[in-house]
Design a protein around this ligand. Structure first.
Ligand SMILES: [Zn+2]
Ligand SMILES: [Zn+2]
Ligand SMILES: [Zn+2]
Length: 296
């Protein structure tokens, strides 16, 4: 990929440096200090987040939402704790000239693209479970040219910041740097409650989608918790019913013979069984209602 930085201001020769000078960073979450070396070709960095980052899911979501509203620059995951490390978008990067050694300062927001991590989500839900991967997939084009809408393919006239496709209505965020327009987006792939999914979403929509699905998975977990409580209550009911069985069965056997025993046994067994089935139906319907509410 060609370099996207201007020629040296001292000697006028285009620099061949593949990277900017290392940038010192500090993690706000764990105070770990480290250096990041950003490429000069504006190439995308898409670190895959591990378990520690997933535990910090909320922090990553906030960092990317802040980024979408032009607040901060997302540098990288902290090498120690995987929290998102952010710096002001006005931060300057030092670019040493490979010919004369002079250094020029360039704004980070204009010459580098934020780290856009990929994430996975697996979870059991009362609708069949989700197993999805969010992988960054960005569309690039020249800043002065129309680009095709990533959703429907219609031509999007040149724009910066937030835009909307006039054809399909998809809202799109464009990051412009180094004469290029990047439409940051995410490919969401996997299985969503039994259905195979494979679609491209603009970054802000993908973040919202991730948040809605996290809410759905945790809501389902809450339902399971309540179901366990319900099972406890059913267990108690079953014990009571068992006691009833011992009290009721002798007079009924005396009167109706073995038929009386079977009838009593069936009634006693039916109470927890019907209760359990009712709870499962309740859980599935509660989940479907939440899914509708969230619009996923
Ligand atoms: Zn850290
Ligand atoms: Zn120079
Ligand atoms: Zn469109």
């Amino acid at each position: 990929m060609p370099t996207t930085v201007p020629a040296c201001t001292t000697c006028g020769v285009p620099t061949e440096a593949p990277t900017f000078a290392p940038l010192a960073c500090i993690c706000a979450a764990c105070s770990h200090r480290f250096e990041v070396t950003l490429p000069t070709d504006g190439s995308l960095r898409t670190p895959v987040l591990g378990l520690r980052a997933i535990l910090r899911g909320g922090q990553w979501r906030t960092a990317l939402v802040d980024r979408a509203s032009q607040g901060t620059f997302v540098v990288d995951p902290c090498p120690k704790c995987e929290a998102p490390v952010t710096i002001p978008r006005a931060t300057m990067l030092a670019l040493p000239c490979t010919h004369c050694g002079a250094s020029q300062s360039l704004p980070i927001a204009g010459h580098a693209v934020d780290a856009l991590p990929s994430a996975k989500m697996s979870g059991q839900t009362w609708g069949g479970g989700v197993d999805l991967t969010w992988t960054p997939e960005h569309r690039r084009g020249r800043i002065d040219q129309a680009s095709p809408c990533p959703t429907c393919g219609a031509a999007l006239p040149a724009f910066e910041g937030k835009g909307q496709c006039g054809h399909c209505g998809t809202s799109i965020l464009a990051l412009t740097a180094c004469g290029q327009r990047v439409l940051p987006g995410v490919r969401v792939e996997g299985f969503d409650e039994g259905r195979a999914t494979n679609r491209w979403l603009p970054l802000d929509e993908a973040i919202a989608d991730w948040a809605r699905r996290s809410a759905l998975v945790s809501h389902s977990r809450g339902t399971t918790g309540r179901l366990f409580l319900g099972c406890g209550a059913l267990g108690a009911l079953f014990m009571l019913a068992g006691c009833g069985f011992f009290v009721l069965s002798p007079p009924l056997i005396e009167r109706y013979g073995p038929g009386g025993l079977i009838a009593t046994f069936f009634c006693v067994g039916a109470i927890p069984l019907v209760g359990f089935l009712a709870m499962v139906v309740w859980a599935v319907r509660r989940h479907a209602q939440k899914r509708k509410e969230l619009g996923v």
